[in-house]
Design a protein around this ligand. Structure first.
Ligand code: GRF
Length: 186
């Protein structure tokens, strides 16, 4: 069995979708959800789905070894699904090509510091893009710069609001992210 830990900071709808996808999988299991925000909605989802969860402060991530130790006990792969902290060097080093992130744009467009959530979809709209999409990639020490595993596109209509774009992106994520994880790992 390959064991996956999901890191998430927010709502966690992707985390939930991934958990459901692998629920009765023969080769992949989700061992827990880790968050850096005590109030993150993803914790309610974990409870509802009977998946263990664990909170670590920002300080634990960057100044201590506890997160790395936790991951080494629980994870062969680390999945980032809306996780907003940079991954510390000790974790990147311990998991080469084993940390997988999803980014809601067609990287390298709309990547880098500050480019997350609605900031991305607002920028896509402002710049008059006619298409956007998702990128699944390996994580290295720089934001959004690891090797790209998969991309999928969706059109941006002239009438689309940033909220409409966010909705199309979530649909693409739900349809593709679990499958891409599965194909990357197996
Ligand atoms: C997703 O769009 C993901 O691509 C991005 O953050 C968002 C998280 O949404 N990194 P959710 O928490 O999974 O609902």
């Amino acid at each position: 069995m390959k064991r996956l830990v999901i890191l998430a900071s927010g709502s966690g709808s992707n985390a939930e979708n991934i958990i459901r996808y692998f629920e009765s999988h023969n080769e992949i299991s989700i061992t827990s959800i880790v968050t850096n925000r005590k109030e993150a909605k993803v914790l309610d989802r974990a409870k509802k789905l009977n998946v263990p969860s664990q909170y670590f402060s920002r300080k634990s991530f960057f100044e201590e070894e506890v997160v790395l130790e936790y991951l080494q006990q629980n994870a062969d792969y680390v999945i980032l699904a809306g996780f907003l902290l940079k991954i510390p060097q000790n974790i990147v080093d311990a998991y080469p090509n084993k940390i997988i992130n999803i980014h809601p744009s067609l990287l390298p467009k709309f990547g880098g510091k500050g480019m997350y959530g609605m900031n991305i979809h607002n920028a896509v709209k402002e710049q008059g893009e006619t298409e956007t999409g998702i990128t699944v990639h390996f994580v290295n020490e720089n934001y959004d710069e690891g090797a790209i595993i998969f991309q999928a596109k969706t059109p941006v209509l002239i009438t689309d609001t940033p909220e409409d774009i966010a909705k199309s992106i979530h649909k693409l994520e739900y349809a593709n992210f679990p499958k891409v994880i599965e194909e990357t790992i197996l």
